[in-house]
Design a protein around this ligand. Sequence first.
Ligand code: PDD
Length: 284
Amino acid sequence: MTRIVYVNGRYVPHHEAAVHIEDRGYQFADGVYEVIAVRRGRLVDENGHLDRLNHSLSELRIGWPLSRRALKFILREVIRRNRLNGDGMVYLQVTRGVAPRSHAFPDHHESALVVTARRLRFLQGDGVDVITIPDIRWKRCDIKSISLLPNVLGKQQAKDSGASEAWMVDSGGQVTEGTLSNAWIVTERGELITRDVSRAILNGITRQAVLRLATGAEIAFSERPFTVNEAKAAREAFITGTTVLVTPVVRIDGEPVGNGRTGKFTAKLLAFYARHMDNQGKET
Ligand code: PDD
C-alpha cells in the first residue's frame, strides 16, 4: 500500500512529496513539530499536543497554517488514508514557509504544514541503558523546535556506546532530560522525581499524563532537578515520551540502577499509562 502524506494542502504519495528548497525549515530550522501516538487508530492526548504546538508557534511568532479544527481533520484524514488502524504515530511539522534566504522574518509568511503517519510497535517493559552527556542545547528547550542537532548527536553517542538514550546534564550537574524523552527517578526512600517545568526542558505530554496518573493513584512525587549521582543511587529510573511510553532505565553510564531490573513503580506507571492510551482516544 502506498503511504500518503499531507503537504501544504495536498494529499500525495510519500515518494512524490516535496517541499521548496527555500522553505525556512530547510534553511534555518525555522519551524516546530509534534509527534502524536496512535493507539488502535486513535490519537493519544491530541489536545495536549495541539496546545503545546500553539505554545511553540506563538513563542516563535509563526502563524497557524490553518485552524485547529482543520488540523484535527487532516490528522484523522492522514490516519484514514494510510489505513493506520493499529498502533503508530503521526508526525506534524509547521515552518515559517518559503521566502528568499534572509535571517529576519519575511514581512508576510504562509506557514508550511507537513503531516505524515506510520505504523510503530510500542516496545514495553524491557529496560534500557542510558549514558549521561553535557546539555549543549539553547535556552528555549520548552519550544519543540525542529532544530535538533544536539539531540541527534546525543542519541548517536548513546547508540555508539551501546545505550538507548542519553540524559543531558546542565552546568550545575543536574539532569535536564533525554534526547527524545523526559527523565525520572525513584529515590531509595520511594520518592518519584522528575525535573520541574522551565525553559530547560520540553514539557512532555507523556510526562504530564504520568503525573496526572500518579496523582490519581495517590503516588507522591516532586518536580525538581536531580543530579547524576542521585540518579545512580536511585532505586528505579525511567524515561517517558510519545515513542517510548514509560520505559525502565536499568543502567546509567554502565552502572546498574537498583537491582538492574524494571522497578515496581515503573511497572505500575507503565500499566497505568497503557490503560490511559487505550481509554482516552475514545474522547475524540
Ligand atoms: N520527542 N524531551 C524531548 C527533548 C523530546 O524530544 C521529547 C519528545 C520529549 C517527550 O515529550 P512527549 O512526551 O510529549 O513525546 C521530551 C519526540 C517524540 C521526538 O522528537 O520524536
